[in-house]
Write a protein that binds this ligand. Structure first.
Ligand SMILES: C[S@@+](CC[C@H](N)C(=O)[O-])C[C@H]1O[C@@H](n2cnc3c(N)ncnc32)[C@H](O)[C@@H]1O
Length: 238
């Protein structure tokens, strides 16, 4: 369940996302697909700024229902409440977006080459991909893995993310990483949301279990995560 009060389910400010989306260099009428679009805000920004025709795909019904309420004044937006595997897409998109959703293509990191290959197949020559991926800033310590249930093998390093994209025939033209302040805001939002839900429904076992989970996750983030797990955006060209 995404956190309340943050525009994206990723550690990034609106300002960062807007500047990354501008780097896609889209024109009115361009076609853009967002895999794991969540609440659809990225396609909405592109519709308003560039009058694109966007296609958003996400199997989470509550997220897609929020996306469906977006009414851009330019361009058009189409939503699929489905897994990417279950949607037939006409290739030749001018751009593809996949932020924090590469697991849509399978278990990570084994599926990362497939994610890049499939995103590449969706876009035209010289089309661009904006993908957001986690990475290890340093090898995760065992206490951090024990506290979070994360596995050392589930993320690569920043350099390995880039090398994997390049092995799939994509040129990496820009990267930037989320800042400590963006991470703090992102992690705090999940804890705050869980606290608010538990306060509203103190007898709800799910809300209480969720609060415990986010308290423990947040403690691990403060102790180890903030200097161990990074999140970066990669702008790639076919
Ligand atoms: C961390 S969220 C990111 C959402 C959005 N990209 C953002 O940054 O706000 C990951 C999203 O991927 C979606 N997802 C998971 N499996 C998927 C699949 N097989 N096909 C498409 N989307 C999927 C989830 O439902 C979730 O909304």
């Amino acid at each position: 369940m995404p956190a309340d009060g943050i525009p994206f389910n990723a550690p990034a400010t609106r300002q960062r996302i807007e500047s990354l989306l501008a780097r896609l260099q889209l024109q009115p009428g361009n076609r853009v697909v967002d895999i794991g679009c969540g609440r659809g805000e990225m396609l909405h920004i592109l519709a308003e700024s560039c009058a694109i025709n966007g296609v958003g795909i996400d199997p989470d019904e509550s997220e897609i229902n929020i996306a469906r309420r977006l009414q851009p004044s330019r361009g058009s937006l189409t939503w699929h409440n489905a897994k990417v595997q279950d949607v037939t897409l006409e290739p030749g998109f001018d751009a593809a977006i996949c932020i924090g959703a590469a697991h849509a293509f399978g278990h990570l990191p084994e599926s990362l080459p497939r994610a890049f290959e499939q995103l590449r197949a969706m876009i035209r020559d010289r089309g661009r991909i904006l993908i957001g991926l986690g990475y290890w800033m340093q090898p995760p310590s065992q206490p951090y893995l024990d506290a979070t249930g994360l596995e050392a093998g589930e993320l690569l390093t920043h350099e390995a993310n880039i090398a994997t994209a390049e092995s799939a025939g994509l040129k990496c033209i820009h990267t930037e990483a989320s800042s400590p302040a963006e991470w703090n805001e992102f992690e705090s939002a999940f804890l705050r949301t869980a606290q608010q839900r538990a306060a509203k429904s103190p007898n709800d076992a799910i809300a209480i279990a969720s609060l415990k989970h986010w308290q423990s996750w947040n403690a691990a983030f403060r102790q180890w995560g903030h200097h161990t797990m990074g999140f970066a955006f990669y702008l790639l060209e076919k």
